[in-house]
Design a protein around this ligand. Sequence first.
Ligand code: ARG
Length: 601
Amino acid sequence: AAPAAQQQLSTAAGGAAARKGSIVQRLENAFQEGIDAAFPALAGQVGAIVQPCNNPKFGDYQCNNAMALHGRLKGQPDAPKNPRAVAEAILAALPETGMVAETSLAGPGFINIRIDSSWLAQHVTHMLRNGIATWAPLGYTGQKVVVDFSSPNVAKEMHVGHLRSTILGDVIARTLEFCGADVKRLNHIGDWGTQFGMLIQYMAEKREGGLNAATDEDVADLQVLYRAAKQRFDEEEDFKTRAREAVTELQSGRPEYLQAWQRICDASRREFQKIYDRLDVTLEERGESFYNPMLKPLVEDLMARGVAVESDGAKCVFVEGKDIPLIVQKSDGGFGYASTDMAAVKHRIDEEKADWIIYITDMGQSSHFDLVFAGAEKAGYLPKDRKVRIDHVGFGLVLGDDGKKFRSRSGDVVRLVELLDEAKRRIVDTVKERRPDATPEEVEEASRAMGYGAVKYADLKNHRTTNYRFSYDDMLSQQGNTAVYQLYAHARIASIVRKSGRDIAALCQTAEVKLVHEKEVALALTISQFSEAVESMLEELLPHRLTEYLYDLATVFNQFYTECQVVGSPEEDSRLLLCEATSLTMRACFQLLGIHVLYRI
Ligand code: ARG
């Protein structure tokens, strides 16, 4: 059974008052006070800059303000003569925090900071008693965030790009939720557009009774339907014309057309759901069709206010610095991808009251989103005063072993369900080898966690903008920075705690972490840096910051465990707490990464 500490993996909603932020945030607050007190003339103008120390030999963190401050103070009466003198003045005015053991000056005026080990010990003890949600970075609680991700297209194959979007988006959403944000996970599926004319017309002509005779069998394999319809569309001029008419029938709401459309959407939805179930991802469907009724009034409004103008028959929003305009209505009167995205921005701000909107697609769509954001700003949908943050989170390609675009052996788009299940299938033998006593249910649970987790982790561990090679062998390796390695590392630590025979939940409430050995101090510091990992991941929306942190943590734990005996040592209590804090922090990372945790493997 899962230890009691698992309950602590809740979210930070509502608990903001009890939280004080990461070590960096706390140090920045202290240095801010010091800077403002030492140089009151500049108060409020200079933000404290604290970051992890470039060279851990000299300190854990460093403050880098002295050089720039010296430049700004030059020429003023009583200006410090050099950056080191500025640094000394800051240190003299630094408030007492209990966090800093010692400081030293380096180079032109860097301030190195060593964190006090008894403060660290207390910090970890406090987390064990109060839950890791108390370590969630500040500033996100209560924020309304729309995360637009996954967003496959109906009746077209969901491809690896959508898989990446699903995995990345889910991690961003989970992390924001952990930090207390109010997240709306929107699936902006492509469920509207001209491709439906082709599909519906094909269905209509397939049976004698036309659309009224259509059944679910006609949409059972959407890829087959799509290919067959597309072939006729490309080859037969007459069919093309009839398909265009079908679009008009659909848009005017003719019942049997709407019904056929619904049938296709339902079939797609069932396919998508198979992926979401495997990945344990939840999404709220709000496809392009949702915005359809808003498009005509939107364009009318844009034209009336002169934001959009007519150009070559199309209605366009021209934005400064862009060569091409945003087309909000095509010359044939149709609305496209961009029209819908404009309506979506407006809706998300006006109706959803979003403080932050995040879009996750491949980088190929960067210029589309640049235009939409600029257009939305010009139209006044993105208000300058009510600060709304809007981000396009772009990502690179998934490549095959040959370094080319990822394809199945037959050259087709890879079926994602098969891709995921193959990862799971390939890990089964490893699971059985490592735990011959496991029940079939346990083998199933472990291979799901490791197989699906491996696919996610392999995707997340790369900087999202790079292209990466999809390799089952690499992602399922028990060595190195993989989900399989991390899950084993966690299970091993959990088993140290379990096999001690101690009641760890009770120990967390009564015992205290004590840090004596240097590896204990290093471990406690790394555990505490969880908050910074989460913080930096959200600042730049870079999920690999979390996997990097997790890998660091496992490495630092190994160094501790090699040198420090836990069970049976005089320091057993404190060291068991360190083990528990490590595994708890790892579980928090798994929660954010969307990887199912295993306790015994
Ligand atoms: N359906 C689109 C595609 O497959 C992605 C949609 C992304 N979201 C958006 N609001 N445009 O490329």
